[in-house]
Ligand binder design. Structure first.
Ligand code: SAM
Length: 328
C-alpha cells in the first residue's frame, strides 16, 4: 500500500528513538556541538507505537530501532517488546554502539529482542577510542558483542564504516573477524552525513577496493541477493568459513530498489537519508489527527520519495542533519 511514484514498495521503517549518543564518532557526530533535542520535542513511546501500528497497516513489515544511541533512552526495552506485538511487523532489529549491551543484552533477550547490529570500526582499542572520542569504548563494545551472543541475540551483525587512512589497514583483520567469530561483518562506505563536514570522496573505500584487498588472501564468492531491496553485497568465503557484506551506497548505489523510510526522534518522516525536505508527523499527532489522517499523510509523503541520493551528482547538497540525528 505504501508505494512511491517510481513503483518502489516501502516496507522498511527506521525509527530513531533519540538523537543522544555516548560516542562522538568522527564520521558521524560533530566534535564541537552538543545541541540535542529538548525532551518535549521527542516523540513519546506511545506516539512511536501509534505511528508503527498505522504504518504496519500500510504494509511496513520491518522496523529497525536506532538513534543516536537507542539503548540510552530509558524504556527502550519495553518499547521493543511492544513493537514486537504489533500485527504485521515480522522483523524487528536494533542498531547500537554496543556500549550498554553487557548490562542490557539479557534484558533485551527476555523482552523477545530483535536481531542486533553493533558498530565496531576498529579492532585496535586505542584507535577505536580515538574514533569514538570515548575512552575504553572498544573493550566495552567487544564485551557487548559477547554479551549479545551469550544472550542468544542472533544473528549479531557488526557494522564497520571504512574511512581511508583510518581503518582500511584493518580490512584483513575484519575478514578474520567474520571468519572466526559467529558474527556477520558489514563493511560500509563512508557517506556525507558527518557533523564535522570532513567527508570527501577520497576518504571513501569502495566495494571494489574491499574485494580486491580481501580476495587474494581469503577468496570470496558473491552470494546472489535474497531480495531486491537488500542493501549489502554479500560474499562468502570460498572455503566455507563465514561471509561478509559490503554496503556501498556510493560506488554501487541501490536507490532503485530502496524500500525504506525513516522516522526521526522528533517525529519527522524522511523518505531518504539525504532528503533536504522532511515531513512533520509530530505536529499532526499532537494536534488531533486521527489514524486515517496520519495514514493519508504518510501515503502522500511516500509518493514524493526521491529517486536517489545524488551523492555522485555535481550539485549534491549535504543535508543539515547528521546521521546521528537522522538514525542510521
Ligand atoms: N548508535 C548506534 C550505532 O552506533 O550503531 C546507532 C546509530 S548510528 C548513526 C547507525 C549506523 O550509522 C552505525 O553503524 C554507524 O556506523 C553508521 N554511520 C554513522 N555515520 C555514518 C556515515 N557518515 N557514513 C556511513 N555510516 C555511518
Amino acid at each position: 500500500m505504501l508505494k512511491d511514484k517510481f513503483g518502489r514498495q516501502i516496507h522498511d521503517l527506521r525509527i530513531s528513538v533519540t538523537d543522544r549518543c555516548n560516542f562522538a564518532c568522527v564520521y558521524c557526530k560533530s566534535a564541537v556541538t552538543d545541541d540535542y533535542l529538548p525532551q518535549p520535542e521527542l516523540l513519546t513511546w506511545d506516539e512511536f507505537l501509534s505511528v508503527a501500528r498505522i504504518l504496519a497497516r500500510l504494509g511496513i513489515r520491518k522496523v529497525r530501532v536506532t538513534g543516536g544511541e537507542p539503548l540510552l533512552r530509558p524504556g527502550v526495552v519495553d518499547f521493543i517488546a511492544r513493537l514486537g506485538e504489533i500485527e504485521g511487523l515480522d522483523d524487528i532489529a536494533l542498531t547500537t554502539n554496543g556500549y550498554l549491551l553487557p548490562e542490557m543484552a539479557q534484558e533485551l533477550a527476555a523482552a523477545g529482542a530483535p536481531r542486533v547490529t553493533v558498530s565496531l570500526d576498529s579492532l585496535r582499542p586505542e584507535k577505536f577510542a580515538k574514533l569514538t572520542r570515548a575512552p575504553a569504548s572498544g573493550e566495552k563494545v567487544v564485551a557487548g558483542i559477547d554479551a549479545a551472543l551469550a544472550a542468544g541475540l542472533a544473528p549479531v551483525k557488526v557494522n564497520i564504516v571504512l574511512v581511508r587512512g583510518f581503518n582500511d589497514d584493518e580490512l584483513l583483520e575484519f575478514a578474520r573477524l567474520a571468519r572466526r567469530r559467529n558474527v556477520m561483518v558489514r563493511l560500509i562506505e563512508y557517506m556525507p552525513l558527518d557533523g564535522d563536514r570532513a567527508w570527501n570522496r577520497a576518504l571513501v573505500v569502495t566495494a571494489q577496493e574491499v574485494v580486491e584487498t580481501i580476495h587474494p588472501m581469503f577468496p570470496l564468492l558473491e552470494i546472489p541477493r535474497r531480495f531486491p531491496s537488500e542493501t549489502a553485497l554479500r560474499y562468502r568465503f570460498a572455503d566455507g568459513q563465514g561471509e561478509i557484506g559490503i554496503i556501498a551506497p556510493i560506488s554501487v548505489p541501490f536507490c532503485g530498489q530502496c524500500s525504506r523510510i525513516r522516522l526521526t526522534a522528533d517525529g519527522k518522516i524522511r523518505t531518504c537519508l539525504f532528503s533536504l525536505k522532511e515531513h512533520d508527523l509530530r505536529h499532526l499527532l499532537r494536534n488531533g489527527a486521527g489514524d486515517e489522517d496520519l495514514a493519508q499523510f504518510v501515503m502522500k509523503v511516500v509518493g514524493e520519495k526521491e529517486p536517489g541520493h545524488r551523492i555522485n551528482e555535481p550539485d549534491f547538497v549535504q543535508p543539515d542533519r547528521t546521521m546521528l540525528s537522522i538514525g542510521g
